[in-house]
Design a protein around this ligand. Structure first.
Ligand code: PA5
Ligand code: NI
Length: 190
């Protein structure tokens, strides 16, 4: 891996980086236990393991002092009333932050701390979102037809802790309610 400065572009309209080292594809099956409506989830999965989101990573050494960058693309869709979303995670090195820049689509970043604080921030083209250290994060696409596309950058040593979120999900859910988009408490937290 070169230590020489480099640049790349995020060409419109598809914004897939001109330099890509890794392409991650996550389907419905990788979000097992995360959607509220488990019956609808199982029914959908029995028919098709649909594509939910993709990540194009620009790799750098996974060490302090580096930044890892990429593009996250959450496709539109719902499981029951709940919009398609990423798995979401804490960083393994929990005191590391992350920056997101929304390039396309509409959605939310749902965040929480281990102490139970929550924050749900809207994302639309041009939004810059700062996720401070200690905040778990999940992006959610609420567009009906358009992908939610974000550029992200986070410290090379951050790592991903998926296990904590996999237990109960996030404390806040984003649903397609009768009167529009609703942000509600996750009943699994009692
Ligand atoms: O590190 C990040 O927060 C992003 O690169 C995410 O990995 C990306 O948005 C996909 O989400 P997740 O890692 O929760 O599957
Ligand atoms: Ni992250």
């Amino acid at each position: 891996m070169t230590d020489f400065p480099f640049s790349f572009v995020l060409p419109q309209p598809n914004v897939i980086p001109s330099r890509v080292d890794n392409h991650i594809v996550r389907n419905l099956s990788s979000l097992k236990g995360q959607f509220l409506d488990q019956d609808t989830y199982n029914e959908m999965l029995s028919k098709d393991d649909s594509l939910i989101y993709e990540v194009y990573e620009v790799k750098r050494p996974e060490i302090e002092g580096e930044f890892l960058m990429g593009i996250s693309i959450v496709h539109p869709g719902k499981v029951g009333k709940e919009f398609y979303m990423t798995k979401g995670h804490y960083h393994t090195v929990i005191d590391t932050a992350e920056i997101y820049y929304c390039m396309r689509g509409e959605g939310f970043m749902v965040m929480e701390t281990p102490e139970g604080e929550t924050c749900v921030e809207p994302l639309s083209p041009g939004s810059v979102l700062y996720v401070p250290p200690r905040w778990a994060h999940r992006s959610i696409c609420t567009s009906r037809q358009e992908d939610l596309v974000t550029f992200f950058a986070y410290p090379g040593n951050a790592g991903h802790d998926y296990g904590t979120i996999e237990k109960l999900g996030f404390r806040k859910l984003v649903l397609d309610g009768e009167k529009g988009i609703e942000i509600v408490d996750n009943p699994r937290f009692g």
